[in-house]
Design a binder for this molecule. Structure first.
Ligand code: PEP
Length: 259
């Protein structure tokens, strides 16, 4: 693992009110005052971003959960990377399995968004992951689904992405069966997926570039399993969904990872 662990909170379409969002942020803010050893990124719903940014501690970083690929124009309902950049957001999650599933986002759409995010000098958090649980066999060889799905998602997302931009990229390995289910991936399988992703990056670019990309794990992360998943699997951090909405649990994740 390079540098500080990266802990990204994906609040999804939560909480329901700004007051709750503010309470959650205030608890995290207190912990940030004590925590210098992890990079913590909060990705709230768009409408809370600006207000939360204004009350957050300086060492707390913000991200968005999605964006469009154009800078501005007649695209009703959309938000551009440039707008996010101007607001002070530094990361954008793209290709989340929920967006692929409920909004029919294709690899081509994700590729356009990824390029726009990099052009705006933001950090894309590209989510990839297989659908079924039985994706690795007991001897640790990657089976067809993991290699096909992850390989294809990574390669298609990176079409025409220049090596010069890659250093800002974060890839989140999020097995779909682990998201929101309470069943996280084993650290061995997370490590195999990481190695596999680095192999693809090496094939597309080269080894030194592949090593610069941060690879994090997402899927039912808790304060109980986070150390095993990050240190045991040599990951660069975690993407946390459900547990990031529980202030004390999220603070515990920050505490155990900074040790
Ligand atoms: C996610 O949806 O990105 C995620 C990691 O969710 P959870 O932690 O709830 O599994």
């Amino acid at each position: 693992m390079n540098n500080k662990p990266l802990i990204i909170a994906n609040w999804k379409m939560n909480p329901a009110t700004f007051e709750e969002a503010e309470r959650l942020l205030n608890t995290i803010n207190k912990e940030m005052g004590r925590n210098e050893n992890a990079e913590v990124v909060i990705c709230p719903p768009f409408i809370y971003l600006s207000s939360l940014l204004s009350i957050a501690k300086d060492n707390l970083v913000f991200g968005a959960q999605d964006c469009f690929w154009e800078d501005k124009g007649a695209y009703t309902g959309e938000i551009s990377p440039l707008m996010l950049k101007k607001l002070g957001s530094q990361y954008v999650i793209i290709g989340h399995s929920e967006r692929r599933k409920y909004f029919q986002e294709t690899d081509q759409v994700i590729n356009r968004k990824l390029k726009a995010i990099l052009k705006a000098r933001l950090n894309p958090v590209l989510c990839v992951g297989e659908e079924a649980r039985d994706s690795f066999d007991s001897e640790g060889r990657s089976l067809d689904e993991v290699s096909l799905v992850i390989g294809e998602q990574v390669e298609k997302a990176l079409i025409e992405v220049s090596p010069a931009w890659i250093r800002n990229l974060v890839i989140a390995y999020e097995p779909i069966w682990a998201i929101g289910t309470g069943n996280s991936c084993s650290s061995d399988d997370a490590m195999r997926a990481t190695l596999f992703i680095r192999k693809i990056l090496t094939k597309l670019y080269d080894r030194s570039i592949a090593e610069k990309v941060k690879i994090i794990y997402g899927g039912s992360v808790t304060s109980q399993n986070v150390v095993d998943l990050v240190e045991g699997a040599n990951m660069d951090g975690v993407l946390v969904g459900g547990a990031s909405l529980n202030a004390s649990e999220f603070v515990k994740i920050m505490e155990v990872l900074k040790k």
